[in-house]
Every structure is written in C-alpha cells, then in structure tokens.
Design a protein around this ligand. Structure first.
Ligand code: CUA
Length: 335
C-alpha cells in the first residue's frame, strides 16, 4: 500500500511539472482569431492528458527499477503471475470511454470552429507554384496581400491552379488544403490587429514550397475600407494603360513570387533592366531580350533557359496576344 501512495504522489507531481514545463515552452504563437479559442482549449486538454499519461508510465517504471531491483546475493525466482482479468477489463473499458469522450468534445469543437456567419465577407483564394492571389468579388479587386477587417468573419473560397497547396496562418490556427478543380472553404474571424502575419503553404508542392508565403494584414474596418477604395482607384487607373493592365496580370498570376522587379535574386531571373538586355543562356551564347524573346519565355518557358536557372521549372502560362503585349509593356517599365 505504501508503494501505491508514494507512486501516486510522484505521478501527480511529475504530471504537474510536465504540464507547467510544456506550457512555459511557448509552443503556440498568439491566438489571433475567434477560431483559435476552441482550438487552444482542446490543445490544453490534450497537453494535460499527455502530461498525465507520461507521468503514469514513467514514474511506475522508474520506481520499479529502483525499489524492486534484485538484492545482492538473491538468486531465487521472481513470483509467477498468471494474469489479472479485473485489471485487463479496467484498462480496456476506461481508455474506451476516454477516447469516446475525446471524440465527442472534438466534434463539438469542430462545429464551433466552422460556425458560419451569414454576413461573412467572401475572398477567393488561388494558390499556385509558388504564391497566393486574393480576389475580393464584392469589391472587384485582386491583391497580393490578404487584407482583412478585424472582428469580421471572412469566408475563404480556395482553389489551386496546379498542385495541392495548403492555406495556413499559424496565429489563426485553422488550416485547409487547396485542391485543383475543386473549391474548398475556410472561415476565419481575425480578432487581433497586426501586419506581421503570414500565410504560408503547409503542403510540400515543389522546389520553392518554402518561399510560398505572403503577408496577411488585419486592420480596423475604417482602414480596410480605405484600402479597398485605394485598390479600386488603382485598378481603375491602371486599366487605362498597357503597363497598368500588365501589372494587374502579373499580380493576379503571381509572377513576382519568382521574379523580382528590383534586381534581387529569386527563383527565376529578375525583370529589372531585363527588356533590351543581352541575356546569357544555359550552354553558352546570349539572346537579346526583345518582345519576341519575352513572349516566348512566357508561353514556352523551357525554350531558352537562362544560365544559372537550369534546375527551375517555370509553369507554362496562356495569355492572349493583347495580354502578352500588356505584360511586356509592364516589364519594359522596370529599368
Ligand atoms: Cu504550395 Cu507548398
């Protein structure tokens, strides 16, 4: 009996220590959405359960090793144990109910996370190798950054242009795959202002998977409305010129995920001072970056490979003649 009391006290002590230790390790980023509440609560329940189970296994094991070890000179056999039906029934039934209980609170929790607000703002999210594009159908704008008003539910309708990606902002907790040919949905209610959040891809999707991240900015409603108005004005003005339309196409297709416009290195060659320059090709020789070369590089990216970019596979894009001319006009402004 004395052993049970000592082990019991040690189990509780180690469980508490493990829980406190894990909690102070800062395993989670700040919770910045309404959905983070239920998730963090369930996570806490699980950390408590894990701490207890860890202590329940480790303490009796170490205690037995130390206290019941063979005495010096003792060569007798140990007691032969035949089995214990009561114990076996207990360790089957108790975990069964614990697991059923966890399933129940898990389902409740999922229901809470997915609760729909009929007034949610819709944002169409497109993932591609390797970047994100956000379209706001209510406002007729498309953005590289995900701007969200605080305390308003947003319904993300997501799809992919190529392979499977996964939308994940750690501070919002929730995560959802983007599947080509299908629309998947995710609801988020941001509750904390901030401009340092990032959406990152959580599904390995090719060479530059690690760089598939873009800013997420949560602002007050007033600031959000101002941003929308600014984007609408920009889009309206930009639609008047070839360069402006080209920039819009470049943004919508995520070209700048791989091509910098300021000479910075990237997955693909920079566009800075590209038009009209002599481009060194893989395998020797150069080509003049005229309109024909730029068009070919967009429609058939593998036709001429720039030296140093042999290992990169740019996806093929389809544009009309007019769109191509607009994009090339935009690239020509980068000097
Ligand atoms: Cu997209 Cu990883």
């Amino acid at each position: 009996m004395r052993h049970f009391v000592i082990v019991g006290i040690l189990v509780i002590a180690l469980a508490v220590l493990t829980y406190v230790g894990l909690n102070s390790a800062g395993l989670m980023p700040v919770p910045a959405s309404a959905q983070a509440g239920p998730i963090d609560w369930l996570w806490d329940v699980q950390v408590k359960a894990m701490s207890f189970l860890f202590a329940l296994i480790v303490v009796p094991m170490l205690y037995s090793l130390l206290v019941f070890r063979r005495k010096k000179g003792d060569t007798t056999d140990a007691v032969h144990v035949e089995g214990n039906t009561t114990l076996e029934i207990a360790w089957t039934i108790i975990p069964l109910f614990v697991v059923l209980g966890m399933a129940y609170i898990g389902a409740q929790n999922l229901g809470e996370i997915r609760r729909a607000d009929p007034n949610a703002m819709v944002v169409n999210v497109t993932g591609f190798q390797w970047g994100w594009s956000f379209e706001y159908p209510d406002y007729g704008i498309t953005s590289k950054e995900l701007y969200l008003p605080v305390n308003k539910q947003v319904l993300l309708k997501m799809t992919s242009r190529d392979v499977i990606h996964s939308f994940w902002v750690p501070e919002f907790r929730v995560k959802q795959d983007l599947v080509p040919g299908r629309i998947t949905e995710l609801r988020i209610t941001p509750t904390m202002l901030g401009d340092t959040y990032k959406v990152r891809c959580a599904e390995i999707c090719g060479t530059s998977h690690a760089y598939m991240e873009q800013p997420v900015i949560v602002v007050e409603k007033v600031a959000f409305d101002a941003w929308v108005a600014e984007q609408q004005a920009l889009a309206a003005g930009a639609g008047q010129t070839p360069e402006g339309r080209g920039l819009a196409l470049v943004t919508a297709n995520g070209c700048r995920g791989c091509h910098s416009i300021d000479g910075a290195p990237g997955v693909g060659p920079t566009w800075f001072q590209l038009a009209g320059s002599e481009v060194p090709l893989s395998g020797g020789g150069t080509v003049t970056a005229d309109d024909a070369y730029l068009a070919e590089s967009i429609l058939q990216p593998q036709a001429k490979i720039v030296a140093g970019f042999e290992t990169q596979q740019m996806p093929t894009y389809n544009f009309t003649e007019e769109q191509l001319a607009d994009i090339i006009a935009y690239i020509k402004t980068l000097k």
